[in-house]
Design a protein around this ligand. Structure first.
Ligand SMILES: C[S@@+](CC[C@H](N)C(=O)[O-])C[C@H]1O[C@@H](n2cnc3c(N)ncnc32)[C@H](O)[C@@H]1O
Length: 247
């Protein structure tokens, strides 16, 4: 296991229960932005055998298991996998690393929702995804959109504004996000920013082609529930989704 992965295990193993609870509460960011965009990008799954890379507590597997031919998943955190298995007792969900995917068989689609950006070096991820994809298979991943992170939130006249270009896009290679841990303490998690040039280089190096790309927007039914966030993230894409095909 590489250094970044050891850190992930440490953090998510302590956070698994809280993370699952947070996801169950239908968080704005996941339920109203990332998931609808990812599900749209996945498209019609009727005859597809798919793999959830970094499945966390199994929320995606629960959502998709009746919409595809077969779904399997893995996550590096044993505690996350335990919850994912409880939620999806019929599915094959394994503990394992995305730099050494714990499956030998081939899939039509590998998808990775907000999970590959814990690694600075994505070469082993692309190598392994390629290994488990059928010829012409699809790799879809979502990540934090670097453009959304060069702004800083500032209070001006009592209101929060995003002040753009406060940070240097070229120097910014990771962001910190915070989850609420067991006793209410803030747990810091690092996400690396995956920029366009890097994806293009990884595709060239590992034999993938870009099929589609999306800058995310919240879905319309978030407007009444989360008016402020809806307004901001309708103008500023918080995540992006990449769809690649292996040659
Ligand atoms: C933000 S959570 C997302 C979980 C799930 N995809 C979802 O959308 O609910 C990130 C997950 O990625 C997993 N992860 C991060 N790096 C990984 C790696 N190298 N191999 C396998 N899983 C990894 C973490 O353990 C964690 O469960």
């Amino acid at each position: 296991m590489i250094k970044d992965e050891k850190k992930v295990v440490e953090i998510y193993s302590g956070l698994a229960g809280d993370y699952h609870e947070f996801r169950q509460k239908k968080s704005f960011y996941n339920e109203y932005i990332e998931m609808p965009a990812m599900i749209k990008m996945l498209g019609n799954l009727k005859d597809k055998k798919i793999l959830d890379w970094g499945c966390g507590s199994g929320i995606y597997i629960r959502r998709l298991k009746n919409r595809c031919r077969e779904i399997k998943g893995f996550d590096i955190s044993p505690e996350m996998v335990e919850i994912a298995r409880e939620l999806n007792p019929q599915q094959d969900i394994r503990v394992g690393s995305g730099t050494k995917i714990p499956f030998k068989e081939k899939f039509d689609i590998v998808f990775a929702p907000l999970s590959i950006h814990y690694l600075k070096d994505l070469n082993p991820v692309f190598r392994e995804v390629k290994r488990v994809l059928k010829k012409g298979g699809i790799f879809i991943f979502s990540t934090v959109n670097p453009i959304a992170k060069i702004g800083k939130t500032k209070k001006i006249g009592g209101k929060n504004y995003k002040v753009m270009f406060e940070l240097d896009y070229f120097k910014l290679d990771r962001i910190e996000i915070f989850f609420k841990g067991k006793d209410g303490e803030r747990v810091k998690v690092n996400n690396y920013l995956i920029k366009t040039g890097e994806v293009v280089r990884l595709c060239q190096e590992h034999g993938f082609e870009i099929v589609d790309y999306e800058d995310t927007k919240p879905v319309l039914n978030a407007k009444d529930k989360f008016p402020e966030e809806y307004s901001l993230y309708s103008k500023l894409p918080l995540f992006c989704i990449w769809k690649l095909r292996v040659r």
